[in-house]
Structure formats: C-alpha cells, structure tokens
Design a protein around this ligand. Structure first.
Ligand code: ADP
Ligand code: ZN
Ligand code: ZN
Length: 822
C-alpha cells in the first residue's frame, strides 16, 4: 500500500435501519470538509432512501463498489469523539455472529440508549379534500384531522384494517407523509460569565467608568470576588442585574459570555468528604486478593470464581483489587444485577473512589446516562459500576471485569442482541488481557462446572467476616398442615412466629417464591407434580382442541390431565399459584394491627418507589416486608429477626430445567437476609417437597452437596452445562401456522444433524406461554456440544424460517444459548 495516500474517499457505514436486508455496510463519500472528522468508530448522519439516518463508520476505503458519482455523501458528523473504539467494533461483529442479530442492533447495544438519532415517518391530513371518499377513508381522514400528525408505523399497528384507505388517501393527496427527525440527547450547555482582565486592570477600568454606572461596577466587583467565572444564571440571581448591564460590561471588554458543557451528575454533591479507607483484610480475603492481583499482573485473560456467602467480604475484595488495578493505570467494570444496584451499593463505591466512578443503570435519565457514559469514553473515570449493559463501558485499558451475583439470569438480555454479560466479559478480557471475577454464594452450574474442569480458578471465602453463623432454618411440611385441617397459606408454626414477632415489635420479611405464571399442577395432599419422564421438568398445562393436556416444552412429550392425583388419589390436585396481593389480604385479616409493605411489580412500577419502600422499612416504619424475588437481593436490615418463606417450592415447579438451581439460589439468598447482625434470627420455610435435594441443601446451606447432585442430573438428562441450548420461537395468530413455522426449523436442522451424536434436534412443542399478545407460540429446541459446529446451519435455518414467517405475517425469533425458555 502506498504510504503517501493519507486521504480516504469512502466510508463503510452500518446504517440504523432495522431489517435483515440492510444488514451489511453501505459506502458513503466523505466530503472534503469532513475529511478530518470522519474516522473509524464515528457516528454520522447519512441519506438512506428518502430519509436521513444515523450510521457508524466501521472502515475507510478507496475502492468504490459502485461508480463513484452514484455514491452519496456523508451529511454530518454527530459526535466529537468516535463513540465506538476499534475493540467495540470487533465486539459488535462478534455479537452478530454469536447471537444472530443485525449489525445495527449490535452497535446500538453498545451505546447508551438516549443518544440515537431517530427519523420516523409521520402522516397528517392535508388541505386537499377529495370529492369522493368511501366510509373507511372518511373515518381515517377525520381521525387524522382530530388527532393531528401520527407516526405511520404505529397507526398501522393499531389499526391494521386502515392500510388500504391510507394508501388511497395518499394517492388522492388528502394526506401527506414526511419524516420527523429527532436528535438524541446532547451535552448540556450552560452560559458562563467570565471576567476578561486581572484585578489591577479591572479596578483601573472601573475607576474610569461613568459615575452613574454603579450597577455595572457592582456586578464586576461581585464577579471578581467570586473568582472570575460564574454561571450567568447564578450571577443574574445574586446581583439582580439586568441583561443590559451584562451586555454593557461585555461591550467594554470587561467580561465575556461562554457556553460551557455542564455534566449531569446523578450523584451530584452526595458522598462528598465521606471518603472511606480500605479495611485490613482477613486471612481468607488476603489469599483471594493476592491471587487476583497476580493474575492482573500477567496481563493475560483469566477468570476467577469468588465463592462466598453474603457477608463473607467479596465486595471488599472487589474494592481493593480495583484500587490495585487503577494504580496500574488500568480500568475496571463492576456489574451488579439491576435490582441489587441500590443506593447502599453505589455509596460503597463512591465513598471509596469518589469522582473516579461512573454509575450506569436504567433509573438514570437519558441525559444523566449519556454524561456518565461520556465520562468513561473521555477517560475521566477509571471505574464503571452498573447493570448488565455496563459490560460495554468504552474503556480502552481494561484490567478487571467483575460480575457480582454472577448466577443471576438477568445477565442475559432477552431482546436482540440476546447476549450474556459473562460471555461479553470473556471476549473483552481476551482482548485486553484482563481478569474476570465472578462472585456468588451460589455459583451457576456453568461456572462451577468450568471451575471443576480447571478453566476457571475457584477461590473460596468460607465464612462471614463477622463470623456470625448462618441462621437456623426450620422446615414446615405443608402436606401435613392440610392433613390436619389447616387450609390457610400460613402454617400454624409460621402464624405463631409472626404473632410473636409482632408482639415484640421485631421486623420480619415474608417471601413469596413465585415466578410470573403458574401453569403446573400440584397435589396439595402429597406434593405430586407431573413431570416429563425424559427431561424431568414439570409439564405445562395447555388446551389442545379444548381438551386440557400436559406437555413438556423441551422435548414435546405429552400426556392427559388426571382428575385425581396418580400418586395418592386425592382430589386436591389443581393449578397452583398464590399472588402477593392475596397473601397481603390474608395477612391483614389474621393480623389487623400489622404494618405491611408489599413489594412486587405492581407496587414498584413508578420511579423511585422501590427505594422509597425499602427506606420506609429500614426506618422501622413497618413490621412486615412482603415480596417476591425482588426482596431477596442486596438488602441488609439489622432489625429483621424472622424470614418466612411462604412456598419454597413454587419455583421448583416452573417448567425449566434450572428450576432446582433457581430454588436453591433463592432460598439461600433469602435465608441470608437474617442474623447478619447482633440480633439472632430464624428462618421458617414452608414446602410441599421437604425431601427435595434443593430444599434440603438450602436448609443446611450446603452448596457443594447441591452442586454434586444437580450436576449428575444435568449430565444424565443432557442439559447444560454439558450441552448448549438454542431455542427457536414461532408466533402466529393461527395455532396451525405457528406450529408449521416452528416445524420449518426442526426439519431444516434434522436434515443436517439427525445422524450427529453431538447435536440433538427436539420436537416442536407449544411454549409455556402458549399465547402471548394474541399470538400462539411454539418452541423448537436444539442442543449441541459445540456452537462452531452448528452456527452456520442455525443461521441458515433461521433465515429460511424467517422468510416463511414474513410471507404469512408471523414472527420467528432465535435465542442462542437460551437461559430461560418461556
Ligand atoms: P459480601 O460482598 O460477600 O456480602 P462484604 O464485602 O459486603 O461481603 O462484607 C460484609 C460486611 O463485612 C460489610 O459490612 C463489610 O464492611 C465488612 N467487612 C468486609 N471485609 C472486612 C474486613 N476485612 N474487616 C472488617 N470488616 C469487613
Ligand atoms: Zn397426591
Ligand atoms: Zn421432555
């Protein structure tokens, strides 16, 4: 290549258009005046068809694909600093390959949401009113006249039957279309007044002012007193000066007005001067710390599993290894599950590292998030703490990637790109020679198994820092309660304990182990739940031609629904599910004097409500905190002396092969909520399956025993971590069409892999959420040993079935390395 050639004429651009047809780069011409600013990773505005869309420059070239005069120019450069680093461009390619998504989707996942430039097609009524209109056209036209401009795609979605009428009205000129553009969030500009001379010259100058210009003198002296630079708004407020006074001073060259960027800091003014030093480490912490440090020093990718119960000092190890990492001139990312990213958690990082921390989570405004992100991109901070997407923090010298509570399912994104933060962390660690630290009291089977195989270094923290033993856990067998005539949600034992705590004015947490829907069938007399003979997941309840049947949605096995329990013959067999609201009603009926805070998706929907409820409880303004999974994490209330688990095994019966693992994790976490401080605590656990190993191991908090048992089952049933699983989901208004669509992927994969012992192609089956938003849903599960081997065919099957889906107005989606199958 010629080294003289410094100028590139063309840019390869990923355009923000969501369709697989546009899932490639497009070439644009770089105008002379933009030569310096169009660099790799830059965000630009480009023409695309009739619109202007956002795009990302991924490479520069001098080889046009089409005649140069046909290539359209880049219109504008949208940022100062390119938002994508070379690493992030590579990462976006990897996301497309690994999770089957478009390039535009991959790029957008890397960046904070609010900054996107959007262009939408809007239609509105024109001045023309044609003489002849049919009834439908009249309806549409009067709707538009009443409501004003409408986003076309949304209107068609809400009123599919209007499609024809809209097309005709456009032809007749009765309505017009145009693109409405909205730039994303921008930096916040604030006007500042800046003194233009030193003290001496100012005083001299003021002496020569007219005698009656006393307001101008006052303002100038005030500004001098303030140090010479003040926000215009503050100056006007403090001096009560008129704009004309400022303007007069400006014309005399005494001051000037400048636009300066002001950062939106979500934590502005908090935690200042509260800096906390590091704690002297315990022997176990010291061992973990030096092990991680020596990995950091190798500058090669490593992964550590830091396994220790809540309170064993994991966070302190994160803090100190981060400090060492920053001293090496490198940067660190800490991921925390969204709901565990509480003010207490943020406070710990802010107090240790002050201004050096950026925080990223969904409760920030788009502007705040954008500014926090830019503090990272511009190298102003070395540490990012955030939820899942913070794994993409645009650092350029990463040393540490920490994932706390690594077993949490929320680390897998459910929309495109359906990435797992742990896998992204591995990618980035490899790129930077960084260390990944996975922290958990109850590691995922995947990670613990990787440690057993030597791919991950496991470091144990065997006890709590304060040496407080874990609380005693008492099991109540709910089958016995029923036998003895108690049909309430509360066992007699739990009822008694609640009454006692209320009498002593002590606080308690009641936990309802529930996940969304309940389609399984339970015998309340003996605990029987129908399960698939080959997958050991509970069967889900479906109607097929209005006959209820039970189905396994992994492998397709089906059987009839029994009217009596096949185990014990009891008739107390039915759909099972208890909502938080119902428990709350029952609680208030039994204990009218109790002050109850209910925490679930309904009571925490508004911004800040989650924190407000927790604060109220923390201030002891309530006796009982009643809630779901949401209350299991990151909470620390010294006043709590009882945790009641209302039905420990609801999560055992969700149709998911991870049910036992989830149950064990949740119970361990919930039990860990008490007795962390001086007050002694107890846990009462109600269950229909007291003998189940997940319950038994949770009671003794014996992770290793649970792991041994569970890993054997996973092995014998061909579940992850021995196999990876990818799920195709087909959805259509007609049940038959949805089924046929899912069958397309099954057939495609069978043709290629029916002889291959390392690939399992399962039968198409109804999804547990068999109908969603008016569409029937079917699943088709593929299991395989190596993604490399199936990748090309998965992609081909996906494109094949998606093309069919398009023709019949259906939806086909794919989830690579699926964690949850709903
Ligand atoms: P985890 O993250 O495993 O739950 P933490 O790091 O939060 O554990 O530690 C639990 C508690 O013990 C915290 O209150 C913390 O301040 C305290 N702690 C941690 N390490 C030490 C130490 N080396 N010396 C004294 N207290 C410690
Ligand atoms: Zn029974
Ligand atoms: Zn099955």
């Amino acid at each position: 290549m010629s080294t003289k050639l410094t100028k590139m004429l063309l840019a390869e651009v990923i355009v923000d258009v969501k369709s697989h047809e546009t899932d490639r780069t497009f070439q644009y011409f770089i105008p002379e005046e933009l030569q310096k600013r169009v660099v790799i990773g830059m965000r630009v505005l480009v023409p695309f068809g009739p619109r202007r869309v956002e795009g990302y420059v991924v490479s520069l070239t001098n080889n046009p694909e089409t005649p140069l005069e046909k290539v359209k120019p880049i219109l504008r450069v949208l940022d100062e600093l390119p938002p994508l680093t070379p690493e992030l461009i590579e990462l976006s390619d990897w996301l497309c390959e690994r999770y089957i998504c478009t390039r535009a989707q991959a790029v957008q996942a890397l960046l904070p949401g609010g900054m996107r430039f959007k262009s939408t097609l809007v239609i509105e009524a024109s001045d023309v009113t044609p003489a002849i209109l049919d009834a439908r056209e009249k309806e549409v036209l009067s709707f538009l006249k009443n409501k004003g401009p409408q986003v076309k795609s949304q209107l068609l979605k809400d009123h599919p039957s209007w499609r024809g009428a809209i097309a005709k009205l456009l032809q007749k000129g009765a309505i017009t279309e145009r693109f409405m553009e909205r730039t994303g969030v921008k930096e916040k500009q604030v006007a500042y007044v800046v003194l233009q001379m030193d003290r001496e010259s100012l005083l001299q100058k003021l002496d020569h002012l007219q005698a009656n210009a006393f307001k101008q003198k006052e303002v100038a002296l005030w500004l001098l007193h303030q140090g010479g630079t003040v926000r215009l708004r503050d100056l006007l407020a403090a001096t009560k000066a008129a704009r004309s006074t400022i303007e007069a001073l400006r014309q005399k060259g005494i001051l000037d007005i400048e636009q300066r960027e002001e950062r939106r800091d979500p934590y502005h003014g908090r935690y200042i001067g509260e800096k906390e030093g590091k704690l002297p480490l315990t022997a176990a912490q010291e061992r973990a710390y030096s092990a991680i440090l020596s990995m950091l020093q190798t500058r090669q990718a490593h992964t550590v599993l830091l396994q220790g119960v809540t309170g064993s000092g994991k966070t302190e190890i994160y803090l100190q290894t981060i400090e060492a990492c920053v001293q090496m001139g490198r940067q660190a990312i800490v991921l925390v599950p969204e709901i565990a990213l509480t003010p207490q958690m943020v406070e710990r990082f802010k107090k240790r590292f002050g201004e050096d921390v950026a925080v990223l989570h969904s409760r920030l405004s788009p502007g705040e998030r954008y500014d926090e992100w830019r503090r990272i991109r511009q190298g102003e901070v070395s540490i990012a703490v955030g939820a899942r997407s913070a794994v993409f923090a645009p650092f350029e010298k990463l040393g540490l990637l920490i994932i706390d509570e690594e077993h949490e399912l929320s680390y897998k994104q459910e929309e495109n790109p359906k990435y797992h933060a742990r896998e992204v962390a591995y990618f980035r660690a490899l790129y930077h020679g960084a260390t990944v630290v996975l922290g958990s009291a109850t590691p995922s089977m995947e990670v613990r198994y990787a440690a057993a195989k030597g791919r991950v270094t496991r470091i144990l923290l065997p006890e709590r820092v304060n040496r407080k033993p874990l609380p005693p856990v008492e099991i109540v067998d709910m089958r016995l309660e029923l036998k003895q005539g108690n049909r309430s949600i509360f066992s007699r034992r739990l009822h008694e304990a609640i009454a006692e705590k209320l009498a002593h004015r002590e606080q308690m947490i009641l936990f309802l182990n529930r996940r969304g829907y309940s389609t399984f069938i339970l015998c309340r007399a003996c605990g029987y739940v129908a399960r698939c003979p080959s997958c050991d997941v509970s069967l889900t309840y479906h109607y097929l031609n209005s006959i209820p049947i039970l189905r396994c949605h992994y492998c397709g096995h089906s059987e009839e629904v029994a009217g009596r329990c096949p185990e014990c013959g009891s008739q107390h067999i039915r759909n099972f599910g208890t909502g938080t609201q119902k428990v709350e009603e029952e609680l208030l009926r039994l204990f009218p004097e109790a002050r109850v805070i209910r925490m679930d998706v309904d009571t925490t929907a508004t911004k800040g409500s989650h924190e407000r409820l927790l604060r109220t409880f923390g201030a002891r303004e309530a006796d009982i905190l009643l809630g779901t999974q949401m209350i299991a994490k990151g909470l620390d209330f010294p006043g709590v002396t009882l945790v009641g688990i209302i039905t420990a095994d609801t999560s055992l019966n969700v149709p998911d092969f991870r049910a036992a693992e989830r149950t064990f994790q949740l119970l361990t976490q919930v039990a860990g909520r008490v007795g962390r401080h001086d007050a002694a605590g107890e846990v009462i656990l109600q269950t229909y399956h007291p003998e189940h190993y997940a319950i038994q191991c949770a009671v003794t908090q014996d992770y290793e025993r649970f792991f041994q048992k569970e890993i054997e089952i996973r092995h014998s049933l061909d579940h992850p971590p021995f196999w990876e699983m990818t799920v195709f989901t087909a959805a259509h208004e007609s049940q038959k069409e949805a089924y046929r669509l899912a069958r397309e992927t099954e057939r495609w994969m069978r043709r290629r892999f029916s002889e291959d012992p390392e690939v399992i192609v399962h039968e198409t089956t109804a999804a547990p959420l068999a109908r969603l938003h008016g569409k029937y849903r079917f699943h088709q599960v593929i299991k395989y040993k190596s993604y490399k081997k199936v990748k090309a065919e998965l992609l081909a099957a996906y494109f094949h079935a998606r093309a069919k889906a398009k023709k019949i107005d259906g939806v086909l989606s794919v989830d690579v390395n699926a964690q949850m199958v709903l």
